[in-house]
Write a protein that binds this ligand. Structure first.
Ligand code: ACO
Length: 281
């Protein structure tokens, strides 16, 4: 038996070069999600969401796991012992931070360094992009201990994978490698673990050069239009751009100016220099 880690230490984070590195920090429990880690994660996300020094958030795990899913002891057994109120409270604590992450102001990247099971698919899906170690293992292991993949996990599988892959994944509970997760579109890419951080940093640095208002509008648009008809999407996108303009109407003008007048970059192959724009909070 290990001593219980204080709630404040269940998540660690540091900010470096405008990247917030947020870690599930219960390596001794393979970063499974207890009520404590869920509450702490929401506090950390709150603290970082509008932090001026943060341009991208990367979610990863300490030790050998990204997250071994929900904590079967503290999230299931102990909360169920408190009855319906215990169960609902625990669900809300988890779902609230996943929802916050799905709608996060800053771009987010899941850096899946190891085990990723069940409930872990909630935050995995919530992150805009996901990169995995080839050596990582992903699984909808719920069926292995006698439940269906709840908490959104079935939805995540069906949204990201083909129906056949999602069905196989959910019904067999067999883990798949990071490489297969990439082939099944659960993550963007898989690279050897030794290269994972460098690759994720490279992608984060691409995002850091973009106009942050346009990035937020873009990531929201990608999620929203998926469930819309073409007509509704067309209408939504017009309005979303107009709404984005109310926060930053100068960025796109500067982007056009640098291409047409200054001829300093080509939008087809690069990004305009956002530092030449008047700073906006
Ligand atoms: N819930 C509770 N405790 C867990 C969990 C979990 N999901 N995952 C790991 N732990 C605990 C273990 O009980 C063990 O605790 P102990 O040291 O006090 O005995 C400790 O973490 C280390 O786990 P090991 O199993 O010894 O680690 P190992 O590296 O050998 O295996 C693995 C890792 C494969 C992730 C294994 O721990 C495992 O199968 N975990 C459960 C994965 C899972 O199915 N999660 C639930 C998904 S369904 C859902 O989320 C709704």
């Amino acid at each position: 038996m290990t001593t219980k880690r204080p709630e404040a230490e269940t998540v660690s984070f540091r900010i470096e070069n405008r990247i917030a590195w947020v870690k599930f920090n219960r390596p001794e429990k393979r970063n499974c999600m207890s009520p404590s880690i869920n509450r702490r994660m929401l506090e950390v996300l709150d603290e970082l969401e509008f932090h001026v020094g943060v341009g991208v958030l990367i979610l990863t795990g300490e030790g050998t796991a990204w997250s071994a899913g929900m904590d079967l002891q503290e999230y299931f057994r102990e909360t169920e012992a408190k009855g319906l109120v215990g169960t609902r409270k625990a669900q809300r604590e988890a779902y609230t931070w996943w929802r916050r992450l799905r709608n996060y102001q800053k771009p987010t990247i899941a850096m899946v360094n190891g085990w990723c099971f069940g409930g872990g698919y909630g935050p995995l899906f919530a992150c805009d992009l996901a990169f995995a170690a080839e050596e990582a293992q992903f699984g909808l292991s719920e069926i292995n201990w006698g439940i269906l993949p709840g908490g959104g996990a079935t939805k995540v599988a069906v949204d990201l994978m083909s129906m056949r892959d999602a069905m196989f994944h959910a019904m067999t509970g067999e883990p798949i490698s990071g490489k297969t997760a990439a082939a099944w579109k659960l993550v963007n890419e898989a690279v050897p673990l030794a290269q994972l951080q460098a690759r994720v940093e490279e992608v984060a640095n691409i995002l850091l050069k973009k106009n942050p208002f346009a990035l937020k509008a873009t990531k929201d648009a990608v999620r929203r239009v998926k469930e819309m008809t073409y007509e509704n999407a067309e209408d939504y996108l017009i309005r979303a751009q107009e709404a984005a303009n109310s926060f930053d109407n100068e960025g796109r003008k500067e982007g056009i100016r640098q291409f047409l007048d200054e001829k300093s970059y080509k939008p087809g192959t690069g990004t305009y220099d956002t530092t030449k724009q008047k700073p906006k909070v």
